[in-house]
Design a protein. Structure first.
Length: 391
């Protein structure tokens, strides 16, 4: 079976493209380090079964971070028929060095320019034909998020696989001696293929960044945003919770009670007071739990999490950590297990161990639901968000 390896820098949309291509549901996020292990799926491509492997994002083929070691070990030990390199089209000048490093391995390659819609919006012009000619490999512009160019990318990958030579292991050590040549070639490839405007459009996100990433106001605004999120969860969830409780009471009074009227009193109490009331109690808290995860998803997908990591970098350095540790800590609110796995992106063993020791203090979704349940049941509506925020 032929094998395709997806490579690229972190946060370039590799996992999104992997999901689009394979129909899988790998976790995606707007911060680096989402993929810290190998994701694999088999697809039917050009009447042939092909294995697609999504490797962790790497900044450099010669790096020493754990995620870079995972990708490098895979390329050295596993035969690959085709490398599919995914880049962020808005940062092609910074990401092309990795493309040239991978090309130096001498393996068949296809280059995908992801987020091309965002590049056009910023006024960045990329001549795909000239870039393809300069690199000597197929180049396809796509938007994995919106599905633009996926058909052409699939056809190009299939065509490249048909003409690919037999798979072989990558010899990464030989590329160390070619770094200077790669640096010189980088300027030649960029010349005439990529045009970046001297001044990009002042977008709303840029104006917000100047406020949200302010050295003095950034952190207070972040904590206020988190507090506001918890407050909104309870403010919006309380009426919905009352509505669900009222509906369940109506169902119990008008439907369940008459249905079990002739039953044994003990069995009747078990069904009404045990089963129905127990399930009803859980359902009554469902609006608050759903709203919480909805707001958390919005915060993650908006990119505020990665900005929070930048803000917390100076503070975390006092604890012997960096901003990446804070991202792992926030990931722990979803589940501690992938957060612990995500520590592979830390640059040293000491940082990984220290981060792994503090992640269990993050309330994962399972524990958080319990705390949401008890804070809502025990505390007044105005106090519950403050108690939950303090945890």
């Amino acid at each position: 079976m032929k094998r395709i390896a997806l490579l690229g820098m972190p946060n370039t949309g590799k996992s999104t493209f992997f999901n689009r291509l394979t129909g899988a549901s790998a976790k995606v996020g707007n911060w680096p380090g989402v993929t810290v292990d190998l994701l694999s799926a088999k697809i039917l491509l050009d009447s042939e079964m092909v294995e697609v492997v999504d490797l962790p994002g790497i900044y450099n083929l010669h790096g020493f971070a754990e995620d870079e070691r995972v990708a490098r070990t895979f390329l050295e030990e596993q035969p690959v028929d085709l490398l599919v390199v995914i880049t962020n089209a808005t940062q092609l000048d910074r990401q092309l060095a990795l493309v040239l490093q991978l090309q130096a391995l001498g393996q068949p390659m296809v280059l995908l320019l992801n987020m091309i819609d965002e590049a056009k919006r910023l006024g960045i012009q990329i001549d795909q034909e000239k870039l393809s000619e300069a690199l000597g490999i197929p180049v396809v512009a796509i938007s994995a998020k919106h599905g633009f160019g996926m058909g052409k990318a699939r056809d190009t990958i299939a065509e490249a696989l048909r003409s690919a030579h037999p798979p072989r292991h990558a010899d990464i050590e030989k590329t160390f001696s070619e770094d200077d040549a790669i640096e010189a070639r980088l300027e030649q490839v960029l010349a005439g293929t990529v045009e970046v405007p001297l001044t990009t459009t002042d977008r709303l996100s840029d104006r917000l960044d100047r406020i949200l990433l302010h050295p003095w106001f950034g952190l207070p605004l972040f904590f206020l945003a988190m507090l506001g999120m918890f407050e909104a969860v309870y403010t919006l969830g309380a009426p919905l919770q009352d509505g669900v409780a009222w509906l369940l009471e109506v169902i119990k009074r008008d439907a369940m009670t008459p249905a079990v009227a002739g039953w044994n009193p003990l069995l009747q109490s078990f069904v009404l007071d045990g089963l129905f009331d127990g399930i009803g109690t859980i359902l009554s808290f469902l609006p608050i739990i759903v709203l919480f995860f909805l707001f958390m998803a919005i915060v993650e997908d908006s990119g505020y999490m990665s900005r929070a990591a930048f803000l917390m970098d100076a503070f975390m350095s006092r604890l012997g950590l960096d901003g990446r540790a804070f991202v792992m800590q926030l990931m722990g609110f979803g589940c501690n297990v992938p957060a612990l796995m995500g520590t592979r992106v830390m640059r040293s063993r000491g940082l990984r161990l220290l981060t792994m020791m503090i992640i269990p203090f993050s309330l994962c979704s399972a524990r958080l639901q319990v705390f949401v349940f008890f804070t809502t049941a025990i505390f007044e509506p105005w106090a519950a968000p403050l108690v939950l925020f303090s945890l």
